[in-house]
Design a protein around this ligand. Structure first.
Ligand code: AVI
Length: 322
């Protein structure tokens, strides 16, 4: 069966069909985030091994005034746009400060998940009732092409959490090309990048002792069972992360522990797995500051300032559209 014949399938089913028909097999990591995946990711962010969230918190807590200095110095109303807003926990550090100083701005949280946006809107209404919030349910690229926030005011776009690392370099460049299309001269972007560091520290973040990341990754198979009528036996697949310090790529695979066949009812198709055949499910790419500067320049931005945590594990970098 070809992908073409299945244009009426949902995008999850279509992407699974394409991914499991490819060699090597793969499934896009954006499908981690159903209700169960969202909860598991919250647990990941609280794990001792997963330093990324803690480090970015530290940066925003300690340096939010410097980060917001330029947009505030304009002394005019502005848009605060956030790609992949999630639970907004980190962003609330900026929002609370902007609220206290009485800044005139509108917050546009963008997320692929409507549920996540509803929850965020509810929690903001409780905590910051005077904040104008306009949620946008869309993908990064879709929202950057539509620019629903466009109103002649300057924008600060947040792209936090190291989410850009979940794209291979070529695709990250494409997302950044969309960022250029979604901004005008003088707009600012605050991007979170996980930095290259001791490979063991990186590997541990994706291979925690409690097995929460394993559960998070296996949820992808369980999601196919729930939503597409697949019959994956998750015990027959192994979570296998690896880190390559040469290109900074941490890659996660699910490895079939035996030769097996999996039926997917929604696709009306069976997929054969060789013993120890991997399914590629996620990349989390790490960068250094030189690479980030180059990436800014080729994408039509200038790196204005890099805000790092005390151990230089993570960077929130401020780019300006030139
Ligand atoms: C969302 N993203 C930045 C996380 C990361 O670190 O790549 C997703 C994740 N996957 C496993 N653990 C966390």
């Amino acid at each position: 069966m070809s992908a073409k014949k299945n244009l009426d399938l949902g995008s999850f089913a279509q992407d699974v069909l394409i991914g499991l028909s490819s060699k090597p097999k793969s499934i896009p990591s954006k499908y981690f985030y159903d209700a169960t995946g969202d909860k598991l990711f919250q647990q990941i962010m609280a794990m001792p091994e997963y330093y990324l969230t803690r480090k970015e918190f530290e940066i925003l807590e300690n340096q939010h005034k410097s980060i917001l200095k330029k947009i505030l110095s304009k002394n005019e109303p502005f848009n605060l746009v956030e790609l992949g807003a999630g639970d907004g926990l980190k962003t609330k550090i900026l929002l609370r400060y902007l609220d206290v100083i009485g800044a005139d701005f509108t917050y546009f949280p963008i997320d692929f998940s409507g549920t996540v946006l509803e929850e965020l809107k509810g929690s903001l209404a409780e905590e910051l009732p005077n904040l104008p919030v306009k949620p946008i349910e869309d993908t990064y690229r879709g929202s950057l092409l539509k620019r629903e926030w466009e109103n002649g005011k300057p924008s600060l776009i947040l792209f936090l959490g190291g989410n850009i690392g979940n794209f291979p370099l070529k695709e990250a460049r494409d997302v950044l090309d969309h960022l250029r299309l979604g901004t005008v001269f003088g707009d600012e972007v605050l991007l979170g990048f996980d930095l290259k560091k001791n490979p063991q520290t990186i590997l541990d973040a994706y291979h925690d002792k409690e097995g929460i990341t394993r559960e998070f990754n296996l949820n992808l198979l369980k999601r196919m069972n729930r939503e597409l009528g697949a019959n994956f036996d998750v015990e027959e697949f192994m979570h296998w992360p690896s880190y390559n310090p040469v290109n900074g790529e941490c890659r996660s695979h699910l490895v079939s522990l035996k030769k097996q066949k999996v039926d997917i009812t929604a696709l009306n198709q069976a997929f054969e797995f060789e013993a120890f055949e991997p399914i590629f499910i996620e990349i989390s790419k790490k960068y250094n500051l030189g690479e980030i500067k180059k990436l800014a320049r080729r994408s039509g931005f200038e790196l204005k300032e890099a805000f790092l945590d005390g151990e230089s594990f993570f960077a929130d970098v401020l780019w300006e559209r030139v």
